[in-house]
Write a protein that binds this ligand. Structure first.
Ligand SMILES: Nc1ncnc2c1ncn2[C@@H]1O[C@H](COP(=O)(O)OP(=O)(O)OP(=O)(O)O)[C@@H](O)[C@H]1O
Ligand SMILES: [Mg+2]
Length: 323
């Protein structure tokens, strides 16, 4: 059965010393089975926190999580540990942002892939297992020679590609990638994204892709979620958002990517930095950096407003912004 992922009012607060840091603040969205969502936003905007919250991987002592994360009929935040493990095992695969050193140094790559395979298939047919593992290497553009090699013999990018390969071993329904291709060169990155999309043509995978790189989203995702300081500021199809970004932050992000705008436009960046997330912010969290903000923006928090189709943005000035 195909499952939608539906996030409802997700908030995450970290206790940091005496302070409560609001890393994710009331995020809601739905992504349909088989769809691909790019999650963008500058460093510190809560992207990793959000996906780690989905899988209950945040430190229980310091992170408090509220809301719902429905994957089909299961709420990932409240289902039993057993059920979560089962889902993590069979249906959800993750490539973490800091997964560079996740391979064990003392076993060959082939052995490590075999070990994972054997957990799922206790009495494997050796040839079937070997062929499957080699086909995974091929998916991320690695040669079969990798089978007998040790992690220390590989470059960082090769290790990262192996993490992606491993995540594909059991055809996940939901694939979450946190900056999984960022460390790779453009050519390799492109090949892997092409491969992912080819796989998705054949089997429906729901993919969540966190990246700083808007061109990765543009090239490989159908939807975009823009996160700023833990708040969702815009959501929509890649086409709508790249053609007509509505939120001033999204506009700034897009303008700071020259490749999408052609060489003649100045590279504009967004002046200022993320706000202190431990401070209460009753108004629009982007107001201090926003060229369009007025007193009203600082006074009340903008709700997500529907634009065309599924496109929506949280801004008091929608319609009054000229780019
Ligand atoms: N364990 C933690 N304890 C306290 N604060 C944390 C913790 N982890 C993250 N934070 C804070 O939460 C906020 C969001 O961090 P997060 O790692 O989710 O950002 P991100 O969008 O993934 O950034 P990047 O693009 O750099 O990976 C930041 O302000 C960060 O300082
Ligand atoms: Mg991160």
């Amino acid at each position: 059965m195909m499952k939608d992922l539906s996030v409802r009012n997700l908030s995450v607060t970290y206790l940091s010393g005496e302070k409560h840091v609001r890393a994710v603040d009331d995020v809601s969205f739905t992504i349909q089975a088989g769809d691909s969502l790019g999650i963008i936003g500058e460093s510190g905007s809560g992207k990793s926190t959000m996906i780690n919250a989905f899988l209950r991987l945040l430190p229980a002592r310091t992170a408090s999580v509220q809301g719902q994360v429905m994957f089909g009929e299961d709420d990932l935040l409240t289902c039993s540990e057993k059920r979560l493990r089962e889902l993590r095992w069979k249906e959800i695969a993750v490539v973490f942002q800091k997964s560079m050193n996740s391979l064990s140094p003392i076993h060959t790559i082939g052995r490590q892939f075999e070990d994972v395979y054997k957990v799922h298939v206790p009495h494997p047919d050796k040839k079937e297992m070997h062929d499957l593992i080699c086909s995974l290497f091929a998916k991320v553009n690695l040669n079969d020679r990798i089978y007998r090699m040790y992690p220390f013999e590989l470059s960082g990018g090769m290790q990262q590609r192996l993490n992606i390969a491993l995540s594909l071993m059991f055809s996940p329904q939901l694939l979450i990638m946190d900056e999984a291709t960022t460390a790779l060169d453009v050519v390799t990155q492109g090949q892997i994204l092409d491969e992912l999309m080819a796989i998705e043509e054949k089997q429906a995978i729901t993919r969540l892709m966190i990246t700083h790189d808007l061109s990765v989203v543009a090239g490989s995702c159908k939807k975009i979620l823009v996160l700023y300081a833990g708040r969702m500021v815009e959501f929509g199809t890649v086409r709508d958002i790249l053609k007509a970004p509505a939120h001033p932050y999204t506009i700034g992000l897009i303008q700071s990517f020259p490749s999408l705008y052609g060489p003649k436009t100045d590279l504009k960046s967004i002046p200022g930095t993320l706000p202190d997330l431990a401070q209460e912010c009753p108004g629009c969290i982007f107001a201090p950096r926003c060229p369009y903000a007025d007193e009203g923006c600082k006074a009340s928090r903008p709700e997500m407003q529907a634009l065309e189709g599924i496109h929506g943005a949280a801004c008091h000035k929608l319609g009054g912004i000229s780019v």
